[in-house]
Design a protein around this ligand. Structure first.
Ligand SMILES: [Zn+2]
Ligand SMILES: [Zn+2]
Length: 424
């Protein structure tokens, strides 16, 4: 147990880290273009925040949260998603009192006790955005465009945007009654889960993955026909904005988010070929959530993308093995005195931005050159006792094999010239 990581917890090893950096940098770059700023909320929150913010009757709250009492006896939970914490921070720091909209993004680990599988871990990572304070469908279009730009920027292809409206507190109850009227006589044909949530949350039946439930959902009444005038106008407005941005979409009437505070826009970006469920990014409008979490009535919209899924998709497309960080200079000292002197040189070179590595433990020249090769170093600096006494160093070009002697005092200017492409 001591040397085995917990189930569903993944070590991101150095050879994978560059892929993670790439994705995180893409997220930051695209967010900057859209004027979103980063928010970092705690990984641990009061359990009640998620009970209210994610919903008591969701799978997440019912069976997937890491919940425990802290030493003060308070019930705490490792965050299973990012929106609740962002809303809490927005309310707690009274951002609703300032200029709107407030546009935030977050990146970080989330925790859900689920059955681990490819692309799904118990500790997983999400990139998400939230916009508070503006109900204009232009905001919905910006959030969707940002999400698409992000997944396209990191190189995903074959993406499809699915869109739906889930109505609002005015029109959804009407739709709910229609759904109940449709499903009640079919109760016996539903899966056990759906039978359980039929009365509580009939909208959820629409996205059940069981074949029999799927077939029933195909013929179920559609929410589009039940939308109130305001919801319909919002939906049509969004379509106009998306058209103007050249963003193609498909209406999926079975795309629902079952909770009461979700309103109007719901969307998913689906990629063909990640497996059964290819959703790489999902989100929607939540005009009732800020109020539900103790704030004023403020509209909001956001999305979240699971980074493990994106990493998986990228690896599949690019083949295994991302490149390592890279080394400019590998220092080779032969003898104790030379080793000590090398320590000083490397520090000065690194201060100039040079990515420098070195050999240790007085290994042979051959062994150290091999180590330099393994790291893909561009240059070797070789310092033997004789060179040290003469105040010189050997600079060996590891790509061409040419080597020359250089006064040690010129090493820093050598690096500066090399770095600027005028190298010797
Ligand atoms: Zn409505
Ligand atoms: Zn079902």
């Amino acid at each position: 147990m001591l040397t085995q990581r917990p189930r569903g917890m993944h070590d991101i090893l150095p050879q994978e880290a560059s892929l993670w950096h790439e994705i995180e940098e893409a997220a930051r770059r695209i967010c900057a273009r859209y004027g979103f700023s980063e928010v970092r909320t705690p990984i641990l929150e009061h359990t009640e925040l998620f009970q209210r913010g994610v919903g008591e009757n969701t799978d997440i709250v019912e069976k997937e949260m890491y919940t425990f009492n802290d030493r003060g006896g308070r019930s705490m939970t490792l965050r299973p998603e990012g929106t609740a914490g962002a809303v809490r921070a927005y309310v707690e720091h009274k951002f609703y009192g300032g200029p709107q909209p407030v546009k935030w993004f977050y990146l970080g680990p989330m925790f859900r006790y689920e059955r681990p599988q490819a692309g799904r871990q118990r500790q997983f990572h999400q990139f998400g955005v939230e916009v508070f304070g503006v109900a204009d469908p232009a905001v919905d279009a910006e959030v969707i465009a940002l999400g698409l730009d992000f997944v396209e920027d990191i190189g995903l292809k074959g993406l499809r945007l699915e869109l739906n409206s889930v109505g609002c507190s005015q029109c959804r109850p009407v739709y709910r009654e229609r759904l109940l009227a449709y499903y009640r006589p079919l109760r016996e044909q539903l899966c056990e889960d759906c039978q359980g949530r039929l009365e509580r949350n009939p909208l959820r039946l629409l996205d059940c993955k069981r074949e029999t439930c799927k077939a029933l959902a195909q013929r179920a009444p559609r929410i589009g026909e039940a939308l109130c005038d305001e919801c319909r106008a919002h939906d049509e407005g969004l379509h106009r904005h998306l058209d103007a941005a050249g963003i193609a979409y498909e209406i999926n009437p079975r795309l629902v988010r079952g909770l009461d505070y979700y309103t109007r826009t719901a969307f998913e970006v689906v990629e063909e070929g990640i497996g059964a469920q290819g959703t790489v990014l999902g989100g929607g409008r939540y005009n009732g959530l800020v109020e539900e979490l103790g704030g004023p009535s403020v509209p909001g919209i956001g999305f979240a993308a699971g980074l493990e899924r994106l990493i998986l998709a990228l690896e599949q497309r690019r083949g295994e093995g991302a490149s390592e960080a890279g080394v400019d200079v590998f220092g080779i000292a032969l003898g104790d005195e030379a080793s000590v002197e090398l320590t000083g040189w490397l520090r000065r070179l690194r201060a100039l931005g040079c990515r420098a590595e070195r050999g240790f433990e007085g290994k042979s020249l051959k062994a150290q050159l091999k180590a330099a090769d393994r790291l893909g170093a561009r240059w070797a600096l070789i310092l033997g006792e004789e060179e040290r006494r003469r105040g010189v160093v050997i600079v060996k070009d590891l790509t061409g094999g040419e080597q020359r002697e250089l006064p040690a005092l010129e090493l820093e200017s050598w690096w500066k010239e090399t770095e600027h492409g005028t190298g010797r």
